[in-house]
Design a protein around this ligand. Structure first.
Ligand code: PLP
Length: 716
C-alpha cells in the first residue's frame, strides 16, 4: 500500500530540502502531543498557526515561500528542527516501549478499535464529544506504549457541526465542508495508484467507501468515506454528518462502520488479533466476522465462540435511550441476506440482538455487542454497577452483581492535556522525563517540592491565556459583524482575571443539568457580586441538533450570560471543541459538574482539569465517585431517596453551600504574597490523584493486560 498523495507532495515541494521533513511531521498527528513539534510550527509562522487553529498541513500549503526559505537558513530554527526530527524518528522506531517489553509476542496482529468518532485534534472535526475524544486519547496512548493498534471509523465530510449562538440564544448549526487537502488524511492507494475502496451491500445496491489513513504516532486510523462519485446521492451523504439523519441513515452508517470496517482491514491485508468495539455503533463487526468464519466452514456456534473469545466491548451510556436499537423490520430490510450467510433462520437472527425495552422488542446494538464479546466493560466503577443492573435481563440466571460486565475507568492522554508552563514546572521539580513515567504514583509525591508561589504563578499565567483567548474570539466575532453588541458581554469579554472562575463545559444534555446553578437567582447573585470575593462562571457546550431540550438549556444559560444584572460574570463561549476545552481545563480555577446521578458514565473533562491543578466541584458520579478523596476538590453527595425534583433541590442547596462556606473563602484566603496557600494544597492534591490514576496510560495498560492479551490467545 502507498499513501503519498498529491497534497503531501505539494507540501513537500514547497519546502527547501533542508527542512522538507516538516511534511512527515505535519502528516503524523504525533506533533499534536509533543510540545517541541508544536513549537517548531509556531516558530515558522505564528500568525498563520493561530489563524488556522493550529493546522500545520494547511499552514504549510499556504505559507509564504520567503518564510520557509528564511527558516531553512536560520540556525536557531534548524537546531530546533534537527532535535525534533531526532525525537520523532526515535519515537517512531521501537525504542524502549512498555508493551513489547511487558508482553513480547503477545499480539502478532494488531488490536482493531472501532469507533463512530475519533477526537484526535480540532483540525480534524470527526468527533462530537467525550466518546470521540476518549477514542483519540486511547489511540495516542496505544502509540506511546507500543501496543500494535489500528482504529477504524469514518470521515464525515461535514463533520459534527460548528455552533453559532445568535442574540436570541437558540443554537444554530453550521456545517462547513471538510477539505481533505487541508487535513493530514492520506488516501490509501493500491498498486496502480487508485484509492482503495470497500463495497458494502445496502438494500439491493452496493455502496462504496474510499479508505483514508491518519497517522497517529506509531498507530493509525483507517477512515472510510462514502462521498465518492460512484455512489448514489443518498449513499454519498451517508458519512456526511456525525449522528445526523434518521433511523435509516443511522442503520446504514452502522452497517458500513461494522461490516465495511472489517472489509477495510482485510483490504489492508490485516489480521487483527483483538477486536475492540467502542460503544454499540460498530456492533455489526461481530456479524461480519462470524460470516467470514462460517464461509471458512465453521458452524455458527463455532464461529460465535471464536468471535466472542477475541472481542472486547466497551459500553458508555447509562441512559437507556442512548443505546441504539432498530425495529425488526428495519433490520430485516438491511440485513436480510445475513441470516442465510450465517446459516440461521430469520427468527434466530433477530434473537442475536433482541432486547425487550419499553417500546417492545427491538434489535439492540448494545445487546448484540454484549452477547458476542467475552470482555465487556463500563467506563467507571459506578458505571460498571449501573451497566450490570441495566443489562441484567441478558443473564437472568445470575444475581445482579455477577452479571459479566466489568469496568475500566476512563483516563485522558496526559501529554495532550498538560503542556506549556505547567509542563515546564514539572520538568523542573519532578524530573525531566516525568512524562515517560507519569502513571507511577510515587513520581507525584514530589509535587510537595513545588513552592506554592510558583504553582500559583503558573496557574495565573494559564488563566490569563484563557481569558486572552476568550476576549480575542469575542473581538473577532464582533468586528466581523457576526455578533451584536449586547452579545459581547455574554461572550466573556469582561471577565475579571482576578476573580474566582468556575468552568462548566460539556454537551448540553438534560441529565447534565447545566441550569442547576440558576435555581435560586438571588442567592447566585449574592455569590457572584460579592465586592471583595467575586465569582464568575464560564459555560461552553453544544446540544445535539435534534435535541430541543438541550437547546433550550443553552438558551437559558445564554440569557443569563447576556443579562446585565449578572454583571458580565456569566460567560458562554461558543463552539466548544478540543481547542476551547484545552484552554478551559487549563485556565479556570474550578471545574463544575452537576449531572443527575448516575447518568454521567465517566466525565473525562474533570480529569483533564484535575491534572492541570483545577479541582472539581462535582456530584459524586462517574469518575468522581472513585476519584474524590476529601482533599482534592468538593463533592455533592447523593440523596438516597426522593424524586428528581427533590434531588435537584438537594444538589442545588449543596452546591450553593459549598461555594459560600468552603470554596470562596478558601480561594480568597491569601498569604502576605497574595498566594492562596490552602487552595494550592487542593490543586496539588487534584494533580496527585488525577495524573497517575486517571490518565489514558493507566487505562490502556488495563485494557491491554486484562483484555487484549488474554483475548489475543483466543485467536490461536
Ligand atoms: C473531554 C471532552 C469532552 C468530554 O467531557 P465530559 O466531561 O465527558 O462531558 C467533550 N468534548 C470535548 C471537546 C472534550 O475535550
Amino acid at each position: 500500500m502507498q499513501y503519498a498523495d498529491s497534497c503531501s507532495i505539494k507540501v513537500r515541494e514547497k519546502l527547501p530540502p533542508r527542512i522538507e521533513r516538516l511534511t512527515d511531521l505535519a502528516y503524523n498527528m504525533w506533533w499534536s502531543w509533543h510540545q517541541e513539534a508544536r513549537d517548531l510550527f509556531k516558530m515558522l509562522d505564528y500568525a498563520h498557526w493561530r489563524s488556522t487553529n493550529h493546522n500545520p498541513v494547511r499552514m504549510l500549503l499556504e505559507i509564504e515561500p520567503e518564510l520557509v526559505q528564511a527558516a531553512a537558513q536560520d540556525p536557531l530554527f534548524l537546531r530546533h528542527y534537527d532535535a525534533v526530527m531526532l525525537t520523532f524518528d526515535r519515537d517512531l522506531g521501537n525504542g524502549h516501549l512498555w508493551f513489547p517489553k511487558a508482553h513480547p509476542d503477545a499480539l502478532p496482529g494488531p488490536v482493531a478499535y472501532f469507533s463512530a468518532e475519533f477526537g484526535v485534534h480540532q483540525s480534524l472535526p470527526v468527533y462530537s464529544g467525550g466518546l470521540g475524544v476518549l477514542a483519540g486519547d486511547h489511540i495516542k496512548e496505544a502509540s506511546d506504549l507500543g501496543v500494535p493498534f489500528v482504529g477504524v471509523g469514518f470521515i464525515y465530510s461535514q463533520g459534527y457541526f460548528r455552533q453559532r449562538i445568535p442574540s436570541h440564544g437558540w443554537q444554530e448549526a453550521v456545517y462547513p465542508q471538510l477539505k481533505t487537502e487541508y487535513t493530514p488524511l492520506l488516501p490509501i492507494l493500491d498498486g496502480e495508484g487508485r484509492q482503495v475502496r470497500v463495497r458494502v451491500r445496502l438494500v439491493g445496491q452496493e455502496v462504496q467507501a474510499a479508505l483514508w489513513r491518519l497517522n497517529v504516532g506509531r498507530a493509525y486510523l483507517c477512515l472510510m468515506d462514502t462521498d465518492v462519485e460512484e455512489n448514489a446521492p443518498w449513499d454519498r451523504g451517508l458519512s456526511a454528518r456525525l449522528y445526523g439523519g434518521d433511523r435509516e441513515m443511522r442503520i446504514s452508517q452502522e452497517v458500513v462502520l461494522g461490516i465495511g470496517g472489517v472489509q477495510a482491514l482485510r483490504a489492508l491485508g490485516l489480521e487483527p488479533h483483538v477486536w475492540h468495539m467502542n460503544e454499540g455503533h460498530s456492533a455489526f463487526v461481530v456479524l461480519e466476522r462470524m460470516r467470514e468464519l462460517v464461509e471458512k466452514g465453521l458452524s455458527f456456534e463455532e464461529a460465535a465462540e471464536k468471535v466472542r473469545a477475541t472481542t472486547v466491548f466497551t459500553t458508555h451510556t447509562p441512559v437507556p435511550a442512548g443505546h441504539d436499537a432498530f425495529s425488526f423490520s428495519l433490520v430485516e430490510k438491511y440485513l436480510r441476506h445475513y441470516w442465510d450467510l450465517l446459516g440461521l433462520t430469520r427468527e434466530q437472527f433477530l434473537e442475536l440482538g433482541r432486547y425487550d425495552g419499553p417500546e417492545g422488542p427491538r434489535f439492540n446494538m448494545t445487546a448484540l455487542a454484549l452477547r458476542f464479546s467475552d470482555y465487556r466493560n463500563g467506563v467507571s466503577r459506578l458505571h460498571g454497577e449501573v451497566s450490570r443492573r441495566m443489562w441484567h435481563s441478558l443473564w437472568p440466571e445470575r444475581p445482579e452483581d455477577r452479571v459479566p460486565i466489568d469496568h475500566i475507568t476512563n483516563g485522558v492522554h496526559l501529554p495532550s492535556w498538560i503542556y506549556g508552563a505547567l509542563g515546564r514546572l514539572f520538568d523542573k521539580y519532578l524530573r525531566s522525563d516525568w512524562r515517560a513515567i507519569h502513571d507511577d504514583p510515587t513520581l507525584w509525591e514530589r509535587l510537595d517540592e513545588i513552592p506554592a508561589r510558583e504553582l500559583w504563578a503558573v496557574h495565573q499565567e494559564q488563566k490569563r491565556k484563557m481569558m486572552g483567548f476568550i476576549r480575542e474570539r469575542a473581538r473577532r466575532r464582533r468586528i466581523s459583524g457576526e455578533m451584536d453588541p449586547d452579545q459581547v458581554l455574554a461572550a466573556g469579554a469582561f471577565l475579571d482575571p482576578e476573580a474566582l472562575t468556575i468552568g462548566f463545559a460539556r454537551r448540553f444534555a438534560t441529565y447534565k443539568r447545566a441550569t442547576l446553578l440558576f435555581r435560586d437567582l438571588e442567592r447566585l447573585k449574592r455569590i457572584i457580586h460579592n465586592l471583595h470575593r467575586p465569582v464568575q462562571f464560564i459555560f461552553a457546550g453544544k446540544a445535539h441538533p435534534a435535541d430541543e431540550a438541550g437547546k433550550l438549556l443553552i438558551q437559558q444559560v445564554y440569557g443569563m450570560a447576556k443579562d446585565p444584572a449578572m454583571g458580565g460574570r456569566i460567560a458562554f463561549v461558543e463552539d466548544y471543541d478540543m481547542h476551547v476545552a484545552r484552554y478551559l481545563v487549563q485556565g479556570v480555577d474550578l471545574w463544575l459538574n452537576t449531572p443527575r446521578r448516575p447518568y454521567e458514565a465517566s466525565g473525562t473533562s474533570g480529569q483533564k482539569a484535575a491534572m492541570n491543578g483545577v479541582p472539581s466541584l462535582s456530584v459524586l458520579d462517574g469518575w468522581w465517585a472513585e476519584g474524590y478523596d476529601g482533599k482534592n476538590g468538593w463533592a455533592i453527595p447523593p440523596l438516597e431517596d426522593g424524586g428528581q425534583d427533590a434531588q435537584d433541590a438537594h444538589d442545588a442547596e449543596f452546591l450553593y453551600r459549598l461555594l459560600e462556606e468552603e470554596v470562596v473563602p478558601l480561594f480568597y484566603s491569601r498569604d502576605a504574597d497574595g498566594v492562596p496557600r490552602g487552595w494550592v494544597e487542593v490543586m496539588k492534591e487534584a494533580i496527585r490523584i488525577a495524573a497517575p490514576s486517571f490518565c489514558a496510560r493507566r487505562m490502556v495498560k488495563e485494557y491491554t493486560t486484562r483484555f487484549y492479551v488474554p483475548a489475543a490467545r483466543g485467536e490461536e
